[in-house]
Design a protein around this ligand. Structure first.
Ligand code: GBH
Length: 441
């Protein structure tokens, strides 16, 4: 019997992003992105790795599509490389770039896999960065134009605007560990506002030109908890503050049309961001959301000083403290505190240093347990009436893990980087069985 908590229309999917898998960075007219630039500076990425070749998906996509079909995936979430479409960040689209994504979408359709496209997964055209990037309000306008090109070019129902604005703000602009490598809070929060503006502007374009399709943001959200005594008012204050910076500062403007007052006040002490909010911006940002992409990896437990305390085991990457219950709490919270919109878990997954064994298999039991436990949390949320429509494993393939290079492997499909040979890990076989039987096992 299939697990009764999951509706029969539930989408079992997997996700990737352009820069992490495509390679072919100088092909078919693609322009440079901020990540090409960032990778070129020694010290930014482990072992000097880059996405120049990645897993060569740009050339190997037919084989990858066949592997997806073999698993029985119902949905595939990919991202479009803006620099393939507008190499200089604006103007007439590059036909060869459009053609690649058309072939990909056609290939998915032929195999009965529903495509979902992310418009921006961090690979900003370098030309726009040179003009100020997301600190420049104009980039949000350019994004809406690029979005319109894609909406017209691709026959896709579900769209995501910005992948994880928080990661761009924090990693790209506060901590400098992602492109463009800036460490400046005053600039970071201006970027935050313009990313949300870009999200709203693009959503408007879709609603005006393509009623019937759906669009929303892909937010990485982190439940925050007191590590010790939750009744300690000092801790409660710290937890609430962190919740503002991690979650509410993205959710509230998008769903409630207003920045959370406490977080905005904190930001105002560090950044001229509030002076960049123009009349009407929050109306744009508050454009109705048709579907929310929820990306969950970990939760944050905090002590009285706001320091993160690790209470549970971590994965290969230390930031990923494994806490499936956080996903349940998050989904229930979204239902309780925000307007009811269909939810998709657009990323969830775990890294490991997987290798192919002598028997030709990759026995990634840790990943199987991780995925099962998190899907169990999704099932519990569904049983509580949370409208989760689908789940996309991060990631379909091992790939370029940003500043960490190629060492952490997030795929359910193993890639031998020397030969580009693909091998289904045991987690992929487990996922195939789950999709076929509807049972978590
Ligand atoms: C997602 O980011 C991304 O969408 C995806 O591209 C990526 O491959 C995947 O997750 C796995 O990482 O400064 O300690 O937080 C998840 C958010 C942001 C978590 C960057 C790790 C760097 C270490 N990630 N962060 S830390």
């Amino acid at each position: 019997m299939p697990d009764p908590r999951f509706p029969s229309a539930f989408t079992w999917g997997a996700a990737t992003s352009a820069y992490q898998i495509e390679g072919a960075v100088a092909e078919d007219g693609r322009g440079a992105s901020v990540w090409d630039t960032f990778c070129a500076t020694p010290g930014n990425v482990k072992d000097g790795a880059t996405g120049a070749v990645a897993v060569d998906h740009y050339h190997r996509y037919p084989e990858d599509l066949d592997l997806m079909a073999g698993l029985g995936l119902g949905g595939y979430r990919f991202s479009i490389a803006w620099p393939r479409i507008q190499p200089a960040g604006s103007g007439r689209p590059e036909q060869r770039g459009l053609d690649f994504y058309r072939r990909l979408v056609d290939g998915l359709r032929e195999r009965g896999i529903a495509p979902m496209a992310t418009l921006f997964h961090w690979d900003l055209p370098q030309a726009l960065q040179d003009a100020g990037g997301w600190e420049n309000r104009d980039t949000a306008e350019r994004f809406a134009e690029y979005a319109e090109i894609m909406f017209d070019a691709l026959d896709i129902r579900d769209w995501l605007t910005i992948n994880e604005p928080k990661t761009v703000v924090d990693c790209g602009y506060r901590w400098g560990i992602h492109a463009p490598g800036v460490q400046d809070e005053s600039r970071a929060f201006v970027v935050l506002h313009h990313l949300l503006l870009a999200h709203g502007l693009a959503s408007r374009v879709l609603h005006e030109h393509h009623p019937g399709r759906r669009i929303g943001p892909a937010l990485n959200l982190h439940p925050t908890y007191a590590a010790e005594d939750p009744d300690d008012p000092e801790v409660a204050k710290v937890v609430r503050h962190r919740d503002g910076l991690e979650n509410r500062v993205y959710l509230d403007p998008i769903f409630k049309g207003a920045y959370p007052a406490d977080t905005l006040e904190w930001i105002a002490e560090r950044s001229p961001m509030p002076s960049h909010i123009r009349d009407g911006d929050l109306k744009v940002i508050g454009e109705p959301v048709d579907v929310l992409g929820v990306q969950y990896y970990t939760s944050h437990f905090l002590d009285r000083r706001g320091e993160r305390v690790l209470k549970y085991p971590t994965a290969q990457l230390e930031w990923l403290e494994i806490f499936p219950r956080g996903l349940y709490d998050l989904l229930v919270r979204l239902k309780d505190e925000y307007p009811a919109v269909p939810l998709l878990v657009t990323e969830n997954g775990v890294p490991a240093p997987d290798e192919v064994g002598e028997d030709g298999r990759v026995d990634d039991q840790g990943r199987i347990a991780f995925l099962r436990d998190h899907l169990d949390a999704v099932g519990d949320a569904l049983a509580e009436g949370v409208p989760v429509e689908g789940y996309y494993v991060w990631s379909f393939l091992d790939n370029f893990e940003w500043a960490e290079g190629y060492e952490p492997r997030f795929g359910i499909v193993h890639v031998d980087y020397a030969t580009q040979r693909r091998t289904l890990k045991n987690s992929a076989l487990w996922y195939r069985d789950l999709i076929a039987t509807g049972r978590l096992g």
